[in-house]
Design a protein around this ligand. Sequence first.
Ligand code: COA
Length: 184
Amino acid sequence: MILTFTSPFEREPGIVAWLLKQSYAELVASDPKHWELELENWEQSDHSVFENPRTVGACTFLSWANTDLVGLFCFDPRPKPAYGVIGHNCILPQFRGQGFGKQQILEILRRFRETGIRQAKVSTNDHPFFVPARRMYTTCGFREVKRVPWDCDPKQNMIHYEMEIGPRQQKMNGNSTQKVRHEK
Ligand SMILES: CC(C)(COP(=O)(O)OP(=O)(O)OC[C@H]1O[C@@H](n2cnc3c(N)ncnc32)[C@H](O)[C@@H]1OP(=O)(O)O)[C@@H](O)C(=O)NCCC(=O)NCCS
């Protein structure tokens, strides 16, 4: 199924934090000591979206499979044209494993390419919870460039990925027919 993407402003403030909390609930439950600290960051992300509709809010999208809200993604294009950074991206647990996470990443890459951004960067963590995320990034064409201990727990590592965005990737990923509705 092909996802559609909408602005978050069709929904009430709180929707971004809710999606993030649902998507990371299993991780927080498995390691509350380190990951409960993120709850505040997710609330903050929600405030940023709704307080900055022309900047943060304009780079945040809800993803829909027909009428089901399945996930969200955001990105930061400010370092353009050198690179853009993929931010939060998640799919609600009950909708995983159907290619939706990958569609979201391909949609961000399409937007980067359209605005002339030459490279995409994204980071994740080496906790086992993020195995699907790591797989998703490599299958989309990202290569790992660096692992560094995570500030909140040096036993866990942050993994940084990069990907060149050029005509060759355009052909490989070629997903330019993605539907977008009600963009503001
Ligand atoms: C990461 C996430 C967005 C993936 O969403 P998804 O819709 O389930 O992913 P997809 O179905 O598009 O699968 C993407 C790739 O990951 C692989 N994958 C998915 N679930 C997997 C799993 N449990 N174990 C191993 N690989 C998995 C798929 O096989 C696919 O690779 P392929 O095309 O080579 O077969 C989702 O698991 C999620 O929301 N996780 C929690 C939040 C998160 O980690 N976000 C990323 C932040 S860094």
